[in-house]
Design a binder for this molecule. Sequence first.
Ligand code: SAH
Length: 466
Amino acid sequence: MEKGKVYLIGAGPGKPDLITVRGYNILKDADVVIYDYLVDKKALESVKENAELIDCASLGNNSEGGASLRQDRINKLLVKKSKEGRKIVRLKGGDPAIFGRCSDELEALAKEKIEFELVPGVTAASAASSFSGIPLTGRGFASSCVFVTGQEDPFKKESLVDWDTLPKTGTVVFYMGAGNLKEITARLISGGKDKNTPVAVIQNASYLNQKVLTGNLDDIAGKVKKQSFTPPAVIIVGEAAKLEKKFNWRKRNKRILFTGLSTERYFLKGTHEHVPFIKIEPLRDYEEFDAYLKIIEDFDWVVFTSRYGVEHFFRRLKDAGFDARKLHKVKIAAIGQSTGKKLNEYFLETDLVPPDESSGGLVESFRKIDLKGKKIFMPRSNISDKGLEKELKALGANVTASVAYKNVMPEDLPKLDFSGFDEIMFTSPSTVRNFKKKYKRVPGHIRVSCIGNVTLKEAKRCHLVT
Ligand code: SAH
């Protein structure tokens, strides 16, 4: 059998959209993904349905046999899987070639003459720098920057780190040093670094729960101890760390918790943190829905009330062996621009999008059209409100609504630290209800904003807004 190939890809520091486009495209197509414990599981959502996913944590941990034994198992696994002739992705946290034993894996592959490629990633130091507003170099304060492992005992005689030159370096970033902070800072001071040198410790860089603590070489270890910082964290030492106070845009900007699904939305004002409070899933059984698709040409209108309805409608249509031509006689309405845009992706234009983008707006627009005896088909979610259906029936239409997808509560909603947020934006009644279920109330300092009146009504009903 022909040997496969191994791609060592940097997944970035955590936030799933910090992987490179190249890494993402290769990952999507992988047959086997062997991933590190620091890789965010959301990064794995793009892989093929039948791809084999292997968590390196399953190959042992530091307490049972140590990191070397686990590394040996990873190397063997990479070789074994690539000999099966498949496309293997070795997904590593941050950049694949910065710490994390990249060369051990490359040695193992090279020895077996297995082809490989490296795809760079955003390393933790870069992420910590950007997400806390600390430029690592700058003309006035640092003309060099070094990355150092903080795992070694700095007072050990045969240390591989050159502790005597470090105090002379502009910016020093320590990886894996959270547990050794006291020793690291003491060693730098005893090596001649001014004890007032600014230090920043950045935990969970880029994540929603990122924490930044600043101080100086003398007091940072004590501060970190009080706050019970846990890994992963990087330590930035040097004048650069002082800039956090001025440039930490996460603290400066208004921070808005965005609860909708559309991650492509970026806004002019404020920093929007995307935490989807809903999850869209296909149904297990499409018997009923498919039966309507087969006779869709018998309807006068199809009314789409969400872009997920559009997606599932066309996915089912394709699976049933049809394409958009099946709709050639049917008129199409969309509840708003974003649903309309989704239809355009299937090269379909809409016959009706109400100026007021809501179910009420749809009814108003339909009022101007004679719906008596007209047959309307509405793909909907398992929890949609029946109001629209009733109102269209009241206009004389013969309405058939059928469930096309499920709108469910995500199981993995994070524990949120609301103190860093200024506003929460609800995008649909279901985001409101799921928030209420999980977090009960909105803390007093947070402003609530709602997209659309129906969402606002639900927020009032749930006492999340007055
Ligand atoms: N290859 C990785 C580093 C692996 S070593 C990279 O390029 O980033 C693991 C160390 O990386 C951790 O101990 C921590 O120091 C750092 N690290 C990884 N992810 C991090 C994150 N999100 N925030 C802060 N530090 C992180």
